[in-house]
Design a protein around this ligand. Structure first.
Ligand code: SF4
Ligand code: SF4
Length: 139
């Protein structure tokens, strides 16, 4: 990922940061950037912003960059990052909180509604894809 931080856009301690913490239930400042979440994430090769970088951007309150990353939709909610974090931060919940913010805004209507899938499609999809879709659906 090539992320350039624009100092004027950094808003640590902003209402946006507080909202991420409220929805996710996580203390973002506990992260000390060890990178273990990103090292174990099976979807990291497909992300434009790695999980540890998502946490850093969240700490800095970089709303625009966070809510437009592809990574928050690439995440499959497998929770591997949660199990690897030495600070017990539930990174997957932070991803979910960011998706929730985008969906609440109402600017996207392209989420998958699993109720509209045929029984055949539901049977053919990998369980992890279904779980991920369900979590995104209920955001
Ligand atoms: S594993 Fe935890 S402490 Fe380490 S970078 Fe990820 S969120 Fe931060
Ligand atoms: S929950 Fe998402 S961010 Fe965490 S390891 Fe799985 S795919 Fe990666």
């Amino acid at each position: 990922m090539n992320t350039t931080l624009c100092i004027s856009s950094i808003r640590p301690g902003s209402p946006f940061v507080a909202l991420i913490e409220k929805i996710s239930g996580q203390n973002l400042l506990a992260c000390y950037q060890c990178g273990k979440c990103s090292a174990g994430c099976p979807m990291a090769p497909h992300m434009d912003v790695l999980p540890n970088q998502i946490i850093r951007l969240a700490q800095l309150g970089m709303k625009e960059k966070l809510l437009t990353t592809r990574s928050i939709w690439v995440c499959v909610s497998c929770m591997t990052c949660n199990s690897r974090c030495p600070k017990d931060i539930r990174i997957a919940e932070v991803f979910e909180a960011l998706r929730e913010m985008v969906l609440r805004d109402g600017s996207r209507d392209d989420r998958l509604d699993v109720r509209e899938l045929s029984p055949e499609a539901r049977g053919a999809l990998p369980p992890i894809a279904m779980i991920s879709a369900m979590r995104k659906l209920t955001s």
